[in-house]
Structures are given as structure tokens and as C-alpha cells.
Write a protein that binds this ligand. Structure first.
Ligand code: ADP
Ligand code: MN
Ligand code: MN
Ligand code: MN
Ligand code: MN
Length: 356
């Protein structure tokens, strides 16, 4: 390099500006869910104070640019529904999860939270808890799982699940950053692990009460996309990122009511599973796109055509964890939801079809 151009550290240069005083103002990042089940966001300035969702202004965006509204009537309104500390800009800046509403006062077509809240309210006296296991795949620039050899495949599955060491896992820095960001923001992340397919990871959120489940999972997904952006990586929540002898990605959904958690709760768990059975197809319709590619009855899944359940069996639709069966109470795991499922649709279906 003969140009003599100075070497500039973008990190150091940015840090100089991020340290500046905000003069009593905060940045509020409004986050919403778009027509493709991806998060979008934009920022606005408000006077510094602690805000509840009700105290935050309703805002809007151009829905014709996100396929959420027609061009001739393009305003979609953002109604704040949950507030979190912002792990990217730091407190007192905030993340504002918002519901999408049409100009005529009806919920937007892609606002699945609105109906979920109604069902959560109906069953609120049963104290529904959810714990979701979000699996995802990190992709390289070529759109294949990160670190997979060009034109080839890694060694068969076996050493990657909960793996430690070079050649077994990749991009742990993203996983660690995401974990910390969730803790900082008060998102109820409960753990994380490397998955069976190389470049695939999982984290769990929960137990969460009622509507909090969907809210926290969506914010955790926003964080993951945003952190991957910082690292120049890409996240896929496709349920079968690679065809063949490779595990797909799910959103295992663990569920209990107060009665299931109390002594003798196994009877309630079995009742709930029996009620779910005739609603198999309706559940599958709520459980994500392209799930037929994943629910093959192989690679730790049940078949998409059949409702099955068992204790400690990972080849079924529903699994009762061994320790719950032994204790006679606890929760059950619906293994059917795909990694790209909307948690508002999944938790709503679980309540409607297993309790009503
Ligand atoms: P797995 O063995 O299927 O990989 P994980 O440890 O990944 O299980 O996830 C278990 C999930 O179950 C966690 O998200 C946890 O929050 C959730 N969970 C634990 N107890 C309950 C409960 N009583 N009701 C609902 N969810 C629960
Ligand atoms: Mn503009
Ligand atoms: Mn898990
Ligand atoms: Mn898993
Ligand atoms: Mn699981």
C-alpha cells in the first residue's frame, strides 16, 4: 500500500461518539414483526424518563414498503406493547416492541399478538407457563451453514451437539453476545447450547407467563438478527436448512398450567395431550412454514401426518420429560413447531386446543 492512507479503527472511532452525552433525551427503537416473520425497527427521540408501553406514543411506518399495507393506504400504526432496556445503545435508551394496526382501527393481518392476548386473558386463571427452545442456523456469505466446506460437507453428525472446540462449533462469539444482550434487557433467556447440525445453535426463553412468552421470544429474535449484523453474519430460522442426513430446526414449546405443576398434575398433562390429538392439523397450520420438510419422523421428529406422544421419546409430536413422569407433575413439550413459527400463534394454539 503506497497511498499512505491512515489506518482507521472504526470501533475506536465509533466509541468516541457513543460516549457522548444525550442531553436528557433517549433513543427509542420501535420493533415490529413484518409480513415475512422478520423483525423491523426504527428509532425516535423522546425525553428521558422511565416509560410504560401506555406512556409511549403510537407511531407509524410505511406499510407499502413492508408488504403490510397497500400503497394507496400505506400507514400502519405501531402501538407499543412491551419495553426493554436497549443492549446496543445501553440504558437509558429503550427497545419498544409494538403491535401493528391498520388505519381503520383493525389489527394488521400480520399482528398475531392481538388475538393471542385475548386467548391468554381467557385462560389467565390457569397460570399458563411456556418455555420455548429457539433453534437457528448461522450462514456464511454463500448462504450455506457457516464454516461448511465449499462444495462439500462436514463430517456426519455426532460430535457437534453441545460441542466444544475448533471444528465442532463456529461463531460462539455471536451466541455469547446474544446471551448477554438478553440478560441485559431482562429477556428471560434460560440457556443456550450448540445443536446437532454444525453451525446450528439453540437458546431457550422461559418459563414465561402468558403473553410474555411471545414478547420475549420476538425481542430475542430481534437481538439475534441485530447482533449477527454487527458480526457480518446471517441467521436462518428455516426449519430444514440442509436436505439429507442433517437435523432440521425447531421451536420446541414447553407448556404447563398451575394444575399440571401441582402434585398429581400428570393427570392434567395427559388430559391436555388427549385434547390436542384431534387438533393435530390445526396445530400444524399454526406451527410455521416448510415444516413438512422437517417433520419426517426422522432426525428426532415425529411425522407431520401423525399425532404421537411418549415419555422421554424424541421421535414423537409430544414428549413428557422423564423427570416429570417420575415426579408425577410438571409440563409437556410440543416438539412440532418449526424454528420459524410465530410464538404468538403457537402459544395461542396450545391454550385453545389443549385446554378448551
Ligand atoms: P430439551 O431437553 O428439550 O432440550 P431445554 O432444557 O432445552 O429442553 O428446554 C426446556 C424448556 O422448558 C426451558 O425453556 C424451560 O424454561 C421450560 N420449562 C421448564 N419448566 C417448565 C414448566 N413448568 N412449564 C413450561 N415450561 C417449562
Ligand atoms: Mn420517509
Ligand atoms: Mn433444548
Ligand atoms: Mn434442540
Ligand atoms: Mn426440546
Amino acid at each position: 500500500m503506497a497511498t499512505g492512507a491512515p489506518v482507521i479503527s472504526r470501533t475506536e472511532t465509533l466509541a468516541k461518539y457513543l460516549a457522548l452525552d444525550q442531553k436528557g433525551q433517549i433513543m427509542c427503537e420501535y420493533v415490529w414483526i413484518d409480513a415475512d416473520g422478520e423483525t423491523r425497527s426504527k428509532s425516535r427521540t423522546l425525553p428521558e424518563k422511565e416509560y410504560t408501553p401506555e406512556e409511549l406514543p403510537v407511531w407509524n411506518f410505511d406499510g407499502s414498503s413492508t408488504n403490510q399495507a397497500p400503497g394507496e393506504n400505506s400507514d400502519v400504526y405501531l402501538r407499543p406493547c412491551a419495553v426493554f432496556p436497549d443492549p446496543f445503545r445501553g440504558s437509558p435508551n429503550i427497545i419498544v416492541l409494538s403491535e401493528c394496526w391498520n388505519a381503520d382501527g383493525t389489527p394488521n393481518k400480520y399482528n398475531f399478538r392481538h388475538d393471542c392476548v385475548k386467548v391468554m386473558d381467557t385462560f389467565a386463571d390457569q397460570d399458563p407457563w411456556f418455555g420455548l427452545e429457539q433453534e437457528y442456523t448461522l450462514l456464511g456469505g454463500d448462504g450455506r451453514p457457516y464454516g461448511w466446506p465449499t462444495g462439500g460437507f462436514p463430517a456426519p453428525q455426532g460430535e457437534y451437539y453441545c460441542g466444544v472446540g475448533t471444528g465442532k462449533v463456529v461463531q460462539r462469539d455471536i451466541v455469547e453476545a446474544h446471551y448477554k444482550a438478553c440478560l441485559y434487557a431482562g429477556v428471560k433467556i434460560s440457556g443456550t447450547n450448540a445443536e446437532v447440525m454444525p453451525a446450528q445453535w439453540e437458546y431457550q426463553v422461559g418459563p414465561c407467563l402468558g403473553i410474555e412468552m411471545g414478547d420475549h421470544l420476538w425481542v430475542s429474535r430481534f437481538f439475534l438478527a441485530r447482533i449477527a449484523e454487527d458480526f457480518g453474519a446471517k441467521v436462518s430460522v428455516h426449519p430444514k436448512p440442509v436436505q439429507g442426513e442433517w437435523n432440521g430446526a425447531g421451536l420446541h414449546s414447553n407448556f404447563s398450567t398451575r394444575a399440571m405443576r401441582e402434585d398429581g398434575g400428570m393427570k392434567k398433562i395427559e388430559e391436555a395431550i388427549k385434547k390436542l390429538e384431534p387438533h393435530h392439523a390445526e396445530c400444524i397450520a399454526e406451527y410455521g412454514e416448510d415444516n413438512d420438510l422437517r417433520l419426517t419422523g426422522r432426525h428426532e421428529t415425529g411425522s407431520i401426518d401423525q399425532f404421537t406422544w411418549g415419555v422421554a421419546n424424541r421421535g414423537t409430536s409430544i414428549r413428557i420429560p422423564r423427570e416429570c413422569a417420575a415426579k408425577g407433575s410438571g409440563y409437556f413439550e410440543d416438539r412440532r413447531p418449526a424454528s420459524n413459527a410465530d410464538p404468538y400463534r403457537v402459544t395461542k394454539a396450545l391454550l385453545q386446543f389443549s385446554l378448551a
